[in-house]
Design a protein around this ligand. Structure first.
Ligand SMILES: Cc1cc2nc3c(=O)[nH]c(=O)nc-3n(C[C@H](O)[C@H](O)[C@H](O)COP(=O)(O)O)c2cc1C
Length: 350
């Protein structure tokens, strides 16, 4: 079965095809190696995987939850959903059509998905392309180049998100973009005033030359305002390099802003349940990987979605449905790499 977006959809009607136990082990490692390259909030990598004979389980790692900005685990589950999309792609790369059950066991809410190998079907060229692109997708922070996006890309990306059961609303009108930017600016200002949030950020900030395999390495984010009207998170808030420490310089240079902002979009879901967050994560990663095949990168501005009043205002004024991610798309001159924990840290056998 192939969905409208060209991605082989899971088949619920066919039995799992178990591999031999040695090959299952290799296959599990292959899949998890791809899964861990997904984006995650503050690079917390809040996932763990358990190998089964007929596939893998994806669990949320609640020790990596951000209790202040993400008490309900919404962003944690979006991150895990993105990693699930990579896992699906890797299973396709191995020549199987994965069967995925989201939240399969109400008695274990931490079990987010059960992935079984499914039937053998050779990957399609599009799936191969997305799989190969996984290591080349990186989060961008700051300005984009003024080069326009490929024609129709926004429409294609909206179709891809729809194929994953999620909406992608491109913010086309300047007035709406400005309104959204004001919400991001307000959220950023509010969060900067909250010492608990600065503390949480600091806990996930790592020295550039350190060994730490998670969190945001200094050097992965800018430490001065760049004039883009949607401010990025002041990741080094409170630290000597942060804006706040240096007096909170956040001037918006309206004249140069529009070209640098890129294409602004909001990912939305019809409902706002845990399953919707997992769908949003998968859609996000599908959209990001498709964009990356065309050398288009994304920047994120999720601060207002972490504050209930601002999230409600965005829902009321700008989108249909529940806003899950706020992003900008554009071309960049250079990519910034981020670190990952090794597969052995996140994969176990039970
Ligand atoms: C749910 C979610 C929210 C995020 N929010 C932000 C954000 O507000 N600002 C930002 O710069 N990056 C944000 N990111 C990107 C992460 O910081 C990034 O994925 C992580 O550092 C790993 O880097 P990579 O995407 O380059 O692999 C978010 C990612 C996810 C999945």
């Amino acid at each position: 079965m192939v969905s409208a977006t060209g991605f082989a959809a899971e088949r619920r009607d066919t039995p799992a095809t178990p591999l031999g136990s040695e090959r299952t082990d290799l296959a599990a490692r292959f899949v998890v190696r791809a899964a861990i390259l997904a984006p995650s909030i503050h690079n917390t990598q809040p996932w763990r995987f358990i190998e089964r004979l007929d596939g893998l389980e994806l669990w949320a790692d609640r020790t990596r939850l951000l209790p202040i900005i993400d008490p309900g685990g919404r962003e944690m589950l979006i991150s895990c959903g993105a990693s699930l999309f990579n896992a699906r792609l890797a299973v396709r790369r191995l020549g199987f059509t994965p069967r995925v059950r989201l939240l399969p066991d109400p008695a274990h809410p931490g079990l987010l998905a059960r992935i079984t190998w499914g039937t053998r079907t050779a990957p399609r060229p599009y799936e191969e392309l997305l799989y190969r692109t996984i290591p080349h997708r990186h989060t961008h922070r700051g300005r984009f180049l003024a080069t326009p996006l490929p024609p129709m890309l926004s429409t294609v990306l909206a179709g891809i998100a729809r194929g994953e059961g999620v909406g992608l609303r491109v913010v086309k009108y300047e007035a709406q973009r400005r309104q959204l930017a004001e919400h991001v600016q307000a959220a950023e200002a509010l969060q900067l005033r909250d010492p608990r949030i600065a503390g949480e950020l600091m806990a996930w900030t790592a020295p550039a030359d350190g060994e730490r395999p998670d969190g945001l390495a200094s050097g992965a984010y800018p430490v001065s305002a760049d004039g883009v009207e949607l401010p990025w998170r002041d990741i080094a808030a409170g630290a000597p390099g942060g804006f706040r420490h240096r007096g909170g310089g956040r001037e918006i240079d309206q004249e140069t802003a529009p070209a640098a902002v890129g294409t602004v979009a909001v990912l939305t879901t019809r409902e706002d349940r845990r399953v919707d967050w997992l769908l949003a994560g998968q859609a996000l990663q599908h959209v990001l990987l498709h964009a990356a095949t065309l050398d288009v990168s994304a920047a994120f501005h999720t601060q207002p979605l972490e504050l209930p009043d601002l999230r409600a205002a965005i829902r009321r004024d700008l989108v249909c449905g529940h806003p899950q991610m706020l992003l900008r798309l554009g071309n960049v001159a250079r990519h910034q790499h981020s670190r990952r924990r090794p597969v052995t840290d996140v994969l176990s056998t039970e």
